[in-house]
Design a protein around this ligand. Structure first.
Ligand code: NAP
Length: 236
């Protein structure tokens, strides 16, 4: 049985990933700060889905979970948890992160969750991934972190966290190749979640279906690329 560990599995894209992998027969380690009714329901429905409390900003908690799962194999480490900043993208966050408005404490927290979170998860779980069959580390980034696609500016905290995580995954892809691990950043599309908002372009199901397909077919040639949910490759 293949195993996926998902951060932020209580809602949004993480919850859809948890359900879809469980339905596909995977063992799912669904990590979250606080389990939602929907995630608890999934755990009741699928004996192969276990819920683990985890705040990705808490490095001691990440180490403790890695220790608890010591000796186990994780085929796909899915760094999904992420934040936009104190106001969501959908609720005024674009104006909130305009030039001249910087809230540095909030920005630091965004970096702690979106950038240090995936790095700490990878460092803590690299041996679990290395002993698996598939050996994949996937981090949800965003096209908003792409310099090549940035024609509008703004959104400083979110954009810089995702640009940095693109570089992080690029380096990690090189560093872990020797251990047979495929590590990449992905853009999930603009999806209708709490973060994406109601006006977003695609359904979370479409986003997750596409990403699962890309993850399943991932090859070494895609390492070092920003892969999108629809199979396209975006410029960094
Ligand atoms: N939706 C989009 O259009 C879109 C586009 C590009 C990229 N993305 C990226 O895709 C990922 C998922 O986004 P989404 O749309 O599903 O967002 P969402 O609906 O806002 O859900 C975010 C998830 O991250 C979790 N999270 C936040 N801070 C955390 C922390 N410190 N520790 C653990 N979990 C934490 C949340 O848990 P709580 O319930 O505890 O807050 C929630 O489960 C994010 O990395 C996001 O940046 C999304």
């Amino acid at each position: 049985m293949q195993t996926v560990l998902i951060t932020g599995a209580n809602r949004g894209l993480g919850l859809v990933f948890a359900r879809r992998y469980a339905e596909a027969g995977w063992r799912v380690i669904a990590c979250c700060r606080s389990a939602s009714a929907e995630l608890n329901e999934l755990a009741g429905q699928f004996g192969t889905l276990q819920i683990e409390p985890l705040d990705v900003a808490d490095h001691a908690a990440i180490d403790a979970l890695a220790q608890k799962l010591a000796g186990e194999a994780i085929d796909v480490l899915l760094n999904n948890a992420g934040i936009y900043g104190k106001l969501s993208f959908a609720d005024g966050g674009v104006e909130d992160q305009a030039f001249g408005n910087s809230d540095y404490a909030d920005w630091q927290h965004v970096l702690r969750v979106n950038l240090f979170g995936p790095m700490k998860m990878a460092e803590a779980f690299v041996d679990h991934v290395a002993r698996s069959e598939q050996k994949k580390i996937i981090t949800l980034s965003s096209m908003l972190g792409s310099m090549g696609l940035n024609t509008g500016g703004g959104m400083y905290a979110y954009r810089t966290s995702k640009a940095a995580v693109n570089m992080l995954m690029h380096s990690m892809g090189h560093d872990l190749a020797a251990r047979g691990i495929l590590a990449i950043a992905m853009h999930p599309g603009w999806a209708r979640t709490d973060m994406g908002g109601a006006a977003a372009e695609i359904d979370p199901e479409e986003s997750v279906s596409g990403m699962m397909q890309v993850i399943a077919g991932l090859t070494a040639a895609q390492v070092g690329q920003l892969n999108a949910y629809d199979g396209s490759v975006l410029p960094y």
